[in-house]
Design a protein around this ligand. Structure first.
Ligand code: TYD
Length: 221
């Protein structure tokens, strides 16, 4: 029997992974699949997902804000999340629907707790308030070696204008992004029941097939 990470009757599924791991494509495919299967599903993302959270997103990711202190960054992600959880996520799982979300608390743990070195305990505590106690029932983590992920991220855009298209987080050096990936792998080893790690270097159709198997087995519990 599955123990849910919230008190609501719906399901909350998140996608996580370092830059360039293909989360957005796979989460959208899962969403389309679930809709076709007749579920009441919404696709959303963080930071953002509501008008207020989207405004916070632009502050967080703006290249003008390179001076942002780590603690300010952590609270802004948490502020965006609090709005998103109360305005979008809770209302949908409360009525029995499925929410598929591209990034959630594990991003704050990988990026702010591990890579920014704020620490696991501090960032976890903040998440308790920001999420109103709602956690994902299942997390698909797409793992990719750092260099390959960053390469994919930049090539997908305009290869001649790499700097111009990178946001504040993507501009961080490779060491930062390595710590993000290590952080994610630590989180996955701490919670193997919830976090399922897939190799993002495999063919997209192979990854998709595995995601469907994992999700189907979760929903049938
Ligand atoms: P976004 O363009 O949504 O990235 P992606 O396509 O990689 O999901 O940018 C979000 C950035 O913010 C990304 O670099 C990850 C980072 N992030 C955090 O550092 N902490 C968080 O809690 C979240 C949700 C994202």
């Amino acid at each position: 029997m599955t123990v849910k990470n919230h008190k609501y009757k719906g399901w909350f599924i998140t996608f996580e992974g370092p830059e360039g791991s293909g989360k957005s494509t796979q989460s959208q495919r899962l969403c389309d699949y679930l809709k076709k299967a007749g579920h009441d599903v919404i696709m959303t993302f963080e930071p953002g997902g509501t008008p207020i959270a989207n405004q916070i997103r632009s502050i967080i990711l703006s290249r003008e804000n390179v001076k942002m202190a780590p603690c300010c960054e952590m609270f802004l992600y948490a502020a965006s999340r609090a709005q998103h959880v109360s305005e979008v996520i809770i209302p949908h799982i409360e009525k029995g629907g499925i929410v598929v979300c591209d990034r959630f608390t594990d991003s704050s743990l990988a990026y702010q707790a591990y890579a920014r070195e704020i620490g696991y305990e501090t960032v976890s505590q903040v998440q308790k308030y920001a999420t109103y106690g709602v956690g994902p029932d299942l997390t698909i983590m797409l793992d990719i070696p750092t260099e390959i992920g960053l390469d994919r991220t930049f090539k997908k855009r305009n290869p001649n204008k790499i700097e111009k298209s990178a946001d504040r987080m993507e501009l961080e050096n490779i060491e930062f992004h390595r710590k993000v990936r290590d952080g994610y792998l630590k989180l996955a080893s701490m919670e193997p029941e919830r976090i399922k790690v897939l190799n993002a270097e495999e063919a997209p159709d192979e990854i998709y097939k595995k995601i469907i198997e994992i999700v189907e087995s979760k929903l049938s519990c």
